[in-house]
Design a protein around this ligand. Structure first.
Ligand SMILES: [Fe+2]
Ligand SMILES: [Fe+2]
Length: 196
């Protein structure tokens, strides 16, 4: 991709994330590229989006709140109380201004990878899913997710969002409505609802 030096980008990312988070980022990028092959998506774009999806992750708590204030983003009440949710917004900004990414599809995938949103593009869906299933992850239900990731994106998203919702409930956190919208949208796309 024009003007993008991947080695330089990886070096910068490695200097800004913990080792564990950096390895996770490489894994997400590689997993996302495998999925891109399966779904005929742009492998270069997907790699970049996967690599950078957590580039805003080092801003936590008040640092995250102050960062988004500075860039003019108005957090909702849940984001203010759980500022970890802001790392997609921060990541989008950093990707654009510090890593030189201009492609709106890549920026949007970074922006929305945490909660998802209704009506994601294929690229956004792949990043959202690869974040769950990369080889460093291990939790109950992941094998079904890994299989579905290469079979049907919407079915897989229903599994991923469901897993997040269960995690949020079990830990007593606030559930972000975007996570619910993500699940509902993919479920409706399956036309598998049995409502009478
Ligand atoms: Fe993330
Ligand atoms: Fe991640």
């Amino acid at each position: 991709m024009d003007g993008i030096d991947l080695d330089l980008m990886r070096k910068k990312l490695a200097s800004e994330l913990t080792e564990k988070r950096y390895v996770h980022s490489l894994n997400v990028a590689d997993t996302a590229v495998e999925m891109a092959r399966r779904y005929g998506a742009d492998e270069e774009k997907i790699y970049l989006a996967g690599l950078l999806h957590d580039c805003g992750k080092s801003y936590k708590g008040n640092a995250a709140r102050e960062f988004v204030k500075k860039i003019g983003y108005q957090p909702d009440g849940i984001e203010l109380l759980q500022p970890g949710l802001l790392h997609g917004v921060i990541g989008e900004y950093l990707a654009r201004h510090e890593y030189g990414v201009a492609d709106p599809e890549i920026l949007s995938a970074i922006r929305w990878h945490t909660t998802g949103r209704a009506g994601m593009s294929v690229l956004e869906k792949i990043i959202y899913i690869a974040d769950y299933i990369e080889p460093g992850r291990n939790f109950e239900g992941i094998e079904a997710m890994r299989e579905e990731a290469f079979r049907d994106l919407d079915r897989c998203i229903v599994l991923c969002a469901g897993s997040t919702i269960r995690y949020v409930l079990e830990n007593g956190y606030l559930l972000h409505p975007k996570t619910v919208e993500t699940r509902n949208h993919s479920l409706l796309a399956l036309k598998a609802l049995n409502i009478s």
